[in-house]
Design a protein around this ligand. Structure first.
Ligand code: SF4
Ligand code: SF4
Ligand code: FES
Length: 245
């Protein structure tokens, strides 16, 4: 299989980005964007379509199994995990455009600085400050919330999120649902207030985030549950695919 990879390169923070086109060929019909980038870097001898040498392409990965979220990037303008993007499925007319996520500052090539997500989690104080008893009736909510990869794909398509803004987006709302589902009485007021300020109030409920989440998290139901508890002060319920109260 042959594809042309158009990669948006950037040598360092603040330097001018440029496109580089590479003709890539593999015998593996199930090869992924991650595998192609690895091949090109390992080869060290690729030249681009203008006959320039291809320097090492910086990108992030860890698990290569859709578990860590590190390899998120824009692939033909869609936020995806490179390790979960088969060339044959994402190519358009034989071309795959690969760019860094745009909602975060570029560090180099496809590597972006996603530390704002951790800063936002810290602002929300998403940890228990005292002993908390696991509530078995909301275990499925906590589990669903724990599946977030912190990849940032949801923030990429969210019309209301920007780095440094008051609205933190799904990458924070989803982990927050874990705490909201079991928050002890002493923390309830503060946690619910932060959720309303950084989650509920800025969300337009379009659910664009749901369709791009590579983990397939049931974002809508987590939002409904967190809103019920923190905004409407209603009893929490179980996820749709579980048994509702
Ligand atoms: S529902 Fe819309 S506004 Fe809310 S987090 Fe998702 S994409 Fe953003
Ligand atoms: S909610 Fe989904 S898209 Fe957003 S950071 Fe978590 S895993 Fe990624
Ligand atoms: S490398 Fe971990 S999700 Fe792709």
């Amino acid at each position: 299989m042959k594809v042309r990879l158009d990669i948006l390169r950037c040598e360092s923070i603040g330097s001018k980005p440029f496109w580089q086109s590479i003709d890539y060929e593999t015998e593996d019909e199930n090869s992924t964007v991650a595998a192609a980038l690895t091949d090109i870097n390992n080869s060290g001898s690729y030249i681009d379509t203008e006959e320039r040498a291809v320097s090492h392409i910086s990108w992030e990965c860890s698990c290569l199994q859709k578990k860590c979220g590190a390899c998120a990037m824009l692939i033909n303008s869609y936020p995806r995990l490179a390790c979960d993007s088969k060339l044959k499925e994402v190519r358009r007319n034989g071309v795959i455009r690969i760019e860094p996520l745009k909602k975060f500052p570029v560090v180099r090539d496809l590597v972006v600085d996603r530390s704002i997500m951790m800063e936002n989690l810290k602002t929300m104080k998403l940890w228990f400050q005292e002993y908390a008893r696991a509530d078995e009736t909301v275990g499925d909510i906590a589990y669903e919330g724990s599946r977030c990869l912190q990849c940032g794909c949801c923030l990429e398509v969210c019309p209301n999120f920007y780095s440094g803004g008051q609205f933190f987006g799904t990458a924070t709302i989803v982990p927050a649902s874990r705490l909201i589902s079991a928050v002890p009485e002493s923390q309830r007021k503060e946690v619910f207030r932060e959720y309303r300020k950084h989650g509920y109030e800025g969300c337009g409920k379009s659910l664009a985030c749901r369709s791009v989440c590579p983990a397939g998290i049931d974002i809508e139901d987590l939002l409904v549950n967190s809103n019920a508890a923190a905004v409407w002060k209603r009893r929490k319920r179980k996820l749709k695919n579980g048994k509702k109260d």
